[in-house]
Design a protein around this ligand. Structure first.
Ligand code: HEM
Length: 206
């Protein structure tokens, strides 16, 4: 049963991308019901939403692993992280391909003139770096620095939430939700690291 968990989780996490690939295919065939009047905008928003959900999920693996004392979750950590990068990259591709229509001078302009684009891009670059160094060989080569480097995921998440806050114009509910989720996920780590008492009573260790 344990052996099945990883492939099952792999397929489940592919679900949103597969669903939206289906929607795009339907639109290609003429059924634009799901994409609304402005398909590029819809896809930018949807891919952005899945990006942030996956990033939060990737950061939740460690706390969940301790809370439920379930060591197997550790083995899913890299896969969930790679999926977060995958969804953020789709979001970036939608932006460059559909919103900017591959106009790279416009990309340079957006990056220099719109702070929320700069923040999102910085987050993506960090995630790219983490993805490139996520494999066993890189882990061995970097030694103790690997862990330090991979704390960059926290910065990537902070930048992503700032990107979201910057975009929101009226409904702050969603942005606030992610601020709270991120605060809990990062706060958990601080508590776990610096408070032996909290570690003893609130969290179960290995
Ligand atoms: C690679 C650089 C990025 C670019 C160029 C970019 C660009 C955009 C654009 C153009 C929008 C639509 C804004 C609007 O007009 O309402 C958007 C929305 C969004 N992006 Fe990004 N983004 C980037 C990175 C990220 C990252 C790293 C995340 C999170 C992990 C993210 C999450 C979101 C979310 C949650 C939304 C809002 C969705 C909503 O309002 O429902 N983006 N992004």
């Amino acid at each position: 049963m344990q052996k099945l968990i990883k492939p099952l989780v792999f397929v489940a996490l592919l679900g949103p991308a597969a669903w939206w690939a289906f929607i795009i295919w339907r639109a290609y065939l003429g059924d634009v019901a799901y994409l609304g009047p402005d398909p590029p905008k819809t896809l930018a928003l949807v891919s952005g939403e899945w990006s942030i959900r996956f990033l939060m999920l990737a950061l939740a693996v460690t706390p969940l692993r301790y809370l439920f004392n379930y060591a197997y979750l550790w083995r899913l950590r890299r896969m969930v992280g790679l999926y977060a990068f995958f969804y953020v990259s789709l979001h970036f591709i939608v932006f460059v391909l559909l919103l900017l229509e591959l106009d790279f001078s416009a990309l340079a302009k957006e990056l220099s003139e719109r702070p929320y684009i700069t923040l999102g891009f910085m987050s993506w670059i960090l995630l790219l770096l983490l993805t490139m160094t996520s494999f066993n060989r890189a882990q061995r080569a970097l030694g103790r620095n690997w862990k330090r480097l991979h704390r960059g995921a926290y910065i990537a998440a902070i930048l992503a939430v700032m990107h979201l806050i910057w975009i929101v114009r009226s409904d702050f509910g969603e942005a606030l939700l992610y601020v709270v989720i991120l605060a809990v996920l990062l706060g958990y780590r601080v508590l776990h690291k610096y408070s032996p008492k909290a570690r003893q009573f609130a969290f179960r260790k290995l």
